[in-house]
Design a protein around this ligand. Structure first.
Ligand code: ADP
Ligand code: MG
Ligand code: MG
Length: 881
């Protein structure tokens, strides 16, 4: 048998079905399935995606036999409708509709009312006794065909239409005026490309080819790229008998969702227009009316009020569709003189919050099982659920785009300095902190600002990491803005935004908007997400901990389901003003005793912090990393700051400057940091361990169950760990003896250097656990730092050398091989060695899947990503890709 290029549907029978999306496109598969279900679908046929691919590969020619199959299918549509294609007295009109395997709403082209010409319009008017309708259809056809097929700019037709309509809707014009309008529209075509094609068969062929071409149009290409849809899937073409929503007051058209796509609420939701065709609603040229009052809509009349019988039928059909597809459907319908037709159904797009609400409700309704629900929700979407979202209906003007670093929307007044953010916050006002980049000094401003926007930096830049940890909306790497601190303004294209002006950022999309845009509270309550995650936890093997540096963060992480702290970074504690001052004294001290004196001021601060964390994590493990960054990070760098600090500490400026020179490093990432400080300045680690063990003892006295894990960073040589461990144990034992208490603590190391991976067996001799610091391990493995990779990453990405940043999406191939090797060697040397990950990749679904596969015990990530990691861990266990 020769290849089947055309699949027919109509009168309750269809060649294809809903499972054939790759071949028939989403729309074609949906039409076939609806037809099989016996739903009212106008008859038609689908040219497969294979025809499209052939057309592109063979210089715009159709495969052998395809056109004959089209003619045969067309004949059967004629039979079913009792009309003739090209018959001037009872003309069959069709729509020619694009439809790719993945839905790309509005990205490709469709032509309606095809088959009309100068004779057929007269015949249609006579047969229906409705000349207004016939001429309105011809006007629509000339406009759409001119735009889509003949490539004439739609604004040319619009201008003429607006002039003739003078404020009325075209379908409300009288017949002579409509005829005049059509003549003028055809005049535009004549002027641009010669005459308007009158032969319906020729029209059909041209329209099919235009749909193929639209698959490679700019809009469609961009959409595929930004949604990760492959470029070689092709589009199907659906040719379908027209039904007419523009035949007068008993006709209508509309779009509806079986549930609310913003909140997920189980309420039939939609919009309609009387006396109109589908594109009037979709193109947004008219303001549609709500279909019902159930969702609280005002305005109207609603379809329910205007056509109660039709509405009741539609409501019944939407239930049938949803039950059948077991997912929320987005439905297009048309009413022709009181008769209802369905023209499309597909799984509806929805907000992340709605996605969660819907699957949980569907489990309750018996439509889905718990595992189906888990599979349905994309793990990374959960990050967005707990944030406010921009009101999708609000008017917005995008002024710039950057990287979507931390999801959520925030509006506020622009400030350029931390202190200004604080000033506004003190007055109870919202601030957006705009910086070239942020540094640890900005932490305060970041804490009080509603959102953060930086012109530099990537997904793992300081601003991004910190903002995610805080759950604060953040856009980074927004190179489209030019920040001028001196003049207190930034440029975004030709918009100038000054200090105090309102802007809005959307950290989920990377967009920056002018002015204040209203937000909606996250519509899914913790209830639905909580239930979904409980189902996920029951299937996951990997445990999920959080990275948290304070008691408040720890409590928050626990609320989000973290079962421990996988990384507590102690350096953040040193930025508390008293601690920072003491640290600076310690760094400037001449001898060990002076250093210890200074550190004794730090001790109670750290102890209090640890105590708060232990209490928040009662009964759960807490991994505390000893000091990691090089000491110069605690000293000032700007000249005016240097003199201020010198005065404050009572040292001479030149003494401070000299010490700064000594501490200067060309490459701090590979500098005097991590365990290297622990070895050269043991007082630092000893003080930290003392604070930690004292806090543990105090907590235990209050009945708290404490499970500390002391983590030594940046080990590359087993001897480093051996020495640090001995030191830590001595201090810990001394403190425990003072308190007369016993404490089950572990000592382990952060694995973040390739050498440590290679020598993992020897390192494991001295470790109770490994925690992979995948941020540094990735940088050290690639040999570039995240602060500098921005300079070439753009070109690497555009040349396809590196598609995604390995700092955002875990590199399973290279870095992953090192991690796997370290696990194997570590566990071979010490069975039962506890293994975890504490880099940002702990919350990256690709990373989580990999870490599950190689048998780690847990991952640890920012509190806000804990839900993502929990769901991803279940996906890994269920084998969801
Ligand atoms: P898109 O993929 O952009 O939604 P469609 O192919 O669905 O494009 O067509 C756009 C609009 O035209 C739809 O809203 C639909 O209601 C209307 N339409 C398509 N085919 C027909 C038809 N056979 N009869 C009446 N209206 C139609
Ligand atoms: Mg559509
Ligand atoms: Mg590190």
């Amino acid at each position: 048998m020769s290849t089947r290029w055309v699949y027919e549907f109509g009168s309750g029978r269809a060649d294809g079905d809903g499972s054939m999306k790759a071949l028939l496109g989403g729309k074609g598969a949906g039409l076939a399935e609806m037809t099989r279900l016996g739903l009212p679908v106008p008859p038609g046929f689908t040219l497969t995606t294979a025809v499209c691919n052939h057309w592109f590969q063979h210089r715009a020619s159709l495969p052998e036999g395809a056109w004959d199959q089209v003619r045969a299918a067309l004949a059967r549509v004629e039979e079913q409708t009792g009309k003739g294609f090209g018959d001037p007295t009872r003309p069959l009109l069709v729509s020619v509709r694009s439809g790719a395997p993945a839905s790309m709403p509005g990205m490709m082209d469709t032509v309606l009312n095809l088959g009309l010409n100068d004779q057929a319009v007269v015949g249609l008017a006579e047969r229906t006794g409705n000349a207004t309708f016939a001429w309105d259809s011809y006007r629509r056809f000339v406009t759409m065909f001119g735009d889509v097929v003949l490539d004439i700019h739609p604004s040319r037709f619009q201008r003429v239409t607006e002039t003739v309509c003078a404020g009325r809707r075209p379908q409300d014009l009288d017949v002579p005026t409509l005829q005049d309008l059509v003549a003028r529209l055809k005049g535009i075509v004549d002027e641009q490309v010669g005459t308007f094609p009158q032969d319906p068969v020729e029209q059909l062929r041209l329209a099919m080819e235009a749909v193929f071409r639209s698959f490679n149009g700019q809009r469609a290409r961009y959409y595929r790229k930004s949604h990760g849809i492959p470029d070689d899937c092709g589009t199907a073409v659906n040719v379908q008998a027209m039904v007419f929503g523009n035949m007068g007051p008993t006709s209508a058209t509309g779009v509806a969702f079986t549930r609310n796509p913003k909140s997920g609420a189980r309420v039939f939701f939609g919009e309609w227009l009387p006396n109109a065709q589908g594109e009037d609603v979709v193109a947004g040229t008219h303001t549609p009316l709500p279909i019902n009052r159930a969702g609280g809509a005002s305005g109207g009349p609603t379809l329910e009020e205007a056509m109660p019988a039709v509405y009741a039928e539609l409501d019944g059909l939407q239930r049938t569709l949803e039950t059948h597809f077991r997912d929320m459907q987005d439905i297009e319908f048309t009413v022709e003189e009181g008769h209802l037709y369905l023209l499309q159904t597909r799984n509806g797009k929805r907000t992340p919050a709605a996605a969660v609400q819907i699957v949980v409700d569907m489990v309750d309704e018996g439509l889905l099982g718990e595992e189906d629900a888990i599979r349905r929700v994309k793990a990374s979407d959960l990050e967005m659920v707990l944030r406010p979202v921009l009101d999708p209906d609000a008017k917005k003007k995008v002024i710039a785009r950057g990287l979507d670093a931390s999801p959520g929307a925030a509006s506020g007044r622009v400030v350029f300095h931390s202190e200004e953010a604080q000033e506004l916050a003190d007055k109870g006002e919202a601030a957006i902190l705009v910086r070239l980049e942020t540094s640890p000094e900005d932490i305060q401003g970041m804490t009080v600002a509603r959102g953060i926007l930086t012109s530099r930096g990537g997904q793992t830049s300081h601003a991004a990491v910190v903002a995610r940890g805080m759950g604060k909306p953040c856009v980074v790497g927004c190179t489209e803005i030019l920040v001028d601190y001196g003049r207190q303004l930034f440029y975004a294209g030709d918009t100038v935004v000054r200090r105090g002006d309102w802007i809005t950022i959307d950290g989920g999309t990377g967009e920056v908007y002018e002015g204040e845009i209203p937000t909606l509270a996250p519509p899914t309550d913790a209830g639905a997400m909580g239930r979904l995650l409980a189902w996920a936890d029951a299937r996951a093997r990997l445990k999920v901990r959080a990275n948290a540096d304070t008691g408040a963060d720890a409590a928050h992480a626990r609320m989000l389901g973290a079962v421990g702290i996988g990384l507590c970074r102690t350096e953040h504690m040193f930025f508390e003003p008293t601690a920072l001052r003491a640290m600076r004294q310690m760094i400037l001290a001449e001898d060990e005793r002076a250093r210890q004196r200074a550190l004794n001021l730090v001790l109670p601060i750290q102890r209090a912090d640890f105590l708060a964390i232990f209490k928040a994590m009662d009964g759960l493990p807490v991994t505390i990393r000893l000091l990691d960054p090089p000491l110069h990070e605690f000293l000032p760098s700007r000249p005016e700051e240097i003199s201020a600090v010198a005065t404050d500490l009572g040292v001479r400026v030149d003494v401070l400057t000299e010490r700064l020179k000594q501490l200067h490093e060309s490459n701090p990432m590979m500098g005097h940091r991590g365990c290297r400080i622990g070895i050269t300045t043991p007082e630092v680690y000893n003080t930290q361990v003392r604070a930690l063990v004292e806090a543990a003892c105090l907590a235990m006295r209050e009945g708290v169950v404490v499970m500390p894990e002391i983590m030594i960073p940046l080990v590359s040589m087993p001897a480093e760990l051996e020495r640090c461990r001995r030191q830590c144990e001595e201090t810990a034992e001394a403190v425990l003896a003072e308190y007369g208490m016993k404490l089950p603590y572990r000592i382990g190391t952060m694995i973040e250097l390739p050498r440590a991976c290679v020598l993992a067996g020897a390192v494991a001799e001295h470790a109770d656990f490994f925690s992979f610091g995948t941020n540094d391990l990735t940088q050290m493995t690639y040999g570039f730092s995240r602060d500098d990779m921005g300079k070439f990453f753009g070109e690497y990405a555009s040349r396809g050398i590196l598609a995604t940043s390995p700092l955002a999406v875990f590199d399973t191939e290279g870095v992953g091989a090192l991690v796997r090797m370290a696990c194997e060697r570590g566990r071979a040397a010490k069975p039962g060695l506890k293994l975890g990950v504490c880099g940002e990749h702990g919350g990256d679904p690709t990373g989580v899947a990999f870490f599950h596969a190689i048998g780690l015990d847990y991952v640890s990530c920012s509190p806000f990503r804990v839900p993502v990691a929990r769901l991803a861990a279940a996906h890994a266990a269920l084998g969801v890709l």
